[in-house]
Design a protein around this ligand. Structure first.
Ligand SMILES: Cc1ncc(C[n+]2csc(CCOP(=O)(O)OP(=O)(O)O)c2C)c(N)n1
Ligand SMILES: [Mg+2]
Length: 336
């Protein structure tokens, strides 16, 4: 049986647990705004026809990205998904090179060859967003194994969706990590949909976290709209992994505010449902809490937002002015 299937209480700033440093909390606030502002601009540009390919937005899921990566060290690893802009920004990517990648420019993180769904930077421990659903779930245990063999105490965190938890890769990844007690944190962005399919019609378990029982690891549920709760849950899982006690499955309950992709007619879910979730917008909830704790008032929050929106505007200028990759470069960065 799983060692625990516990609900993480929704803490903290004003709860019983020791308060986190204001500097850390302000960093979370800024990072969540970086993701929100970047994503909103990307949607606008995509709708104007400026970005090639597909676009999947992580708006609504920022607390999972930021709370999780906030608990990692710079040299730890993450893997992400087709919906991964927020995950990789939270791990440290710059907005200008991200934007350039979406514009398919030479200055992008993958020289414009990865695009929205395939951004990576090994120097930041980002082993790749991935258009293959579930792929990152098996890459993370591989990275964790390499850390063990090299004798470091790095950990690997795999982000994936509720839909991905039905894939074979999910079961193989959790099984291997469990058998070899690898330092992995499996983080499910449970946004309640896989494309147009509601979760309880694509899986029978009430909670994704129940699946941890099959692999004898803790399965923890956390409020994915609460950045502090996510941070504390992942911090505990990271400590466990670094200590050599093995992997943890964390299910963060969240919601994608927009469609599966930009252009999705969204004819499979009620507008009222989305409106209910929007009342628990992770950024608004956190700003409310920061204001109550006297850490950040409304004016200061709007100043942060404005500063970041300007940074996004500058990123767009940088991307537009950057060159396209040369046709010859199609033959570079490939294995022959
Ligand atoms: C192996 C594989 N199967 C199917 C698809 C098509 N596909 C793209 S996204 C998606 C749904 C994924 O749902 P979930 O894991 O919940 O992630 P979310 O889109 O909600 O972030 C599917 C089936 C794919 N890209 N790769
Ligand atoms: Mg999903």
């Amino acid at each position: 049986m799983a060692k625990s299937l516990q609900k993480t209480p929704s803490p903290v700033v004003d709860g019983d647990a020791p308060a986190l440093e204001p500097e850390l909390l302000l960093g979370f606030h800024r990072r969540m705004w970086s993701i929100r502002a970047f994503e909103e601009k990307a949607v606008e540009l995509f709708q104007a026809g400026e970005l090639p390919g597909f676009l999947h937005s992580q708006i609504g899921q920022e607390a999972v990205c930021v709370g999780s990566c906030g608990a990692l060290r710079a040299d730890d690893y993450i893997t992400s998904t087709h919906r991964g802009h927020g995950d990789v920004i939270a791990k440290g990517m710059r907005l200008d090179r991200m934007m350039a990648e979406l514009f398919a420019r030479e200055t992008g993180y993958c020289r414009g060859k990865g695009g929205s769904m395939h951004i990576f930077d090994f120097s930041l421990g980002i082993l790749g967003a991935n258009g293959i659903v579930g792929a990152g779930i098996v890459i993370a245990p591989g990275a964790a194994l390499s850390a063990v063999l090299r004798g470091t105490d790095q950990v690997a965190l795999a982000f994936f969706g509720d839909g991905a938890s039905n894939e074979g890769a999910f079961h193989e990844g959790l099984n291997l990590a469990s058998v070899w007690s690898l330092p992995v944190i499996f983080v499910c962005h449970n946004n309640e949909y896989a494309e147009s399919t509601p979760r309880l019609t694509h899986q029978h378990v009430a909670d994704v976290a129940q699946r941890a029982a099959a692999y004898d690891m803790p399965g923890v549920i956390v409020d994915g709209m609460d950045v502090v709760a996510v941070y504390e849950t992942i911090t505990a899982a990271v400590s466990r992994a670094r200590a050599g006690d093995g992997p943890t499955l964390v299910e963060a309950k969240t919601y994608r505010f927009l469609g599966h992709y930009i252009g999705d007619p969204l004819n499979y879910r009620a507008a009222e449902e989305a409106a209910e979730w929007r009342k628990r917008d992770p950024i608004l909830l956190f700003e409310h809490r920061l204001a109550e704790s006297g850490i950040l008032d409304e004016d200061a929050a709007r100043a942060v937002e404005a500063e970041i929106r300007q940074e996004v505007e500058d990123a767009v200028v940088f991307a537009r002015e950057s060159p396209l990759p040369s046709p010859e470069s199609a033959f570079e960065d490939v294995y022959a």
